[in-house]
Design a protein around this ligand. Structure first.
Ligand SMILES: NC(=O)c1ccc[n+]([C@@H]2O[C@H](COP(=O)([O-])OP(=O)(O)OC[C@H]3O[C@@H](n4cnc5c(N)ncnc54)[C@H](OP(=O)(O)O)[C@@H]3O)[C@@H](O)[C@H]2O)c1
Length: 363
């Protein structure tokens, strides 16, 4: 039986809403919120706005001042125990004299993992764990993925007609979805650490791979899988408007126009670059969520390799016919037992388009 009261639930939900205010800006750090209260009277609240700035607990403690003494602190992620760019939050909570700390999710970061909670308990503070844990982890799905699995959370965006086509046979695809769906895509891009495409998309469409939303955000890294460095001079991804990284095969010849571009070699695998190695490289660079906007080749390869964690699928109410281009290139299956089963995470109408968020069914 849970020992959490309705007030605990309400105030942790409030801390989560605060954490969400960092959705577009905290990268590579997690989104964290904190509420400090006596009973249901809130005396301080805060959230982590961006890396290098104080953590949520510091803002909440500042707002609470002396009123933090004897209070309960609700934190969506275990308070840190190490000296990073800011001093340990666990120490600050102890110094402020809070009596109880409720934590939604434990921090898997090796320098914290359990130590923040240990520090608080050693100081005689009552610590309770796991209130609204799933939602707190979901908000930082990429951060947890990077720390726990050593790779980012991979979200593959696809837009298709009702008959599962993404472009006409001649390549024309502007636009399959309507304005509301396209604005929604911008928000998913903006919350991501990186936007990933294959060289096929860069050569065919010359995309910008940037985000455009009416709020501040940390510009995602533009990443192109480009084995033999075919990205042409003058491509939008080379325009300097956001950072760009080209991943290429070892030994690829670097053309003159790419001499000053951020390049990194990745081992080769069947049909392209080793996708697991590419993702590990992005994790090492601090990427939490990777938003994939690629063609059927790379999107299919990610799904087939079990590396697509989520599909963001926009379905437009139109038919393009069977000569139009397919959604994904996937290996031919011989029996239904080998099919890719997906689970619908949520569904939503955006204007006339349906958005499905799907995840691989693990069972
Ligand atoms: N409807 C949509 O949402 C949407 C979005 C994006 C693109 N598109 C369409 O997709 C078409 C391009 O399709 P595409 O399939 O050629 O593009 P793609 O999937 O973006 O790029 C494929 C290329 O990525 C490189 N790559 C490197 N490692 C790979 C690996 N392990 N697995 C797979 N690919 C790897 C390969 O080129 P190298 O050998 O050069 O490395 C490969 O040919 C365009 O017509 C574009 O309009 C549609």
């Amino acid at each position: 039986m849970s020992s959490f009261t309705p007030t605990d639930h309400t105030l942790m939900a409030q801390a989560l809403r605060l954490a969400e205010r960092g959705l577009f800006t905290t990268q590579p750090n997690p989104r964290v919120g904190c509420v400090i209260a006596h009973g249901d009277t809130v005396v301080g609240e805060g959230f982590h706005p961006r890396a290098g700035e104080p953590h949520a607990e510091v803002f909440a403690l500042r707002a609470a001042g002396e009123r933090a003494r004897g209070a309960t602190a609700y934190v969506t992620l275990e308070p840190c125990a190490h000296h990073g760019r800011t001093p340990p939050c666990a120490d600050a909570l102890v110094a402020a004299g809070v009596a109880r700390v409720v934590v939604a999710a434990e921090d898997p970061f090796p320098q914290v993992a359990g130590r923040g909670i240990g520090k608080l308990r050693d100081a005689g503070i009552a610590v309770e764990l796991g209130l609204i844990r799933e939602a707190a982890r979901e908000l930082n799905v990429g951060f947890f993925s990077r720390i726990e699995r050593g790779r980012p959370w991979v979200r593959v965006k696809l837009a298709m007609s009702l008959d599962g086509r993404t472009a006409l046979a001649n390549g024309a695809s502007k636009w399959i979805t309507g304005e509301a769906a396209r604005a929604d895509v911008q928000r998913w891009r903006a919350r991501s650490s990186a936007i990933l495409a294959g060289s096929g998309t860069v050569l065919a469409d010359d995309p910008r791979l940037t985000a455009r939303i009416g709020a501040p955000f940390a510009p995602p890294l533009r990443v192109v899988l480009d084995r033999s460095l075919r990205t042409p001079a003058g491509s939008h991804v080379l325009d300097g408007s956001a950072p760009t990284l080209l991943l290429h095969a070892e030994g690829a010849v670097v053309p003159a126009h790419l001499q000053n571009v951020d390049l990194a070699p990745v081992p080769a695998a069947d049909g392209g670059l080793d996708l697991s190695a590419a993702l590990a490289l992005l994790a090492a660079r601090g990427c939490n969520e990777v938003h994939v906007e690629a063609g059927p080749t790379l999107c299919g390869a990610l799904l087939a390799a079990g590396l697509a964690d989520e599909l963001l699928l926009y379905v437009a109410p139109m038919l393009l016919g069977d000569s139009a281009r397919p959604l994904l290139h996937l290996p031919t299956l011989q029996d239904m037992g080998a099919r890719w089963n997906l689970r619908v995470q949520d569904q939503r109408m955006l204007g006339q388009d349906l958005r499905l968020r799907l995840r691989p069914a693990r069972d």
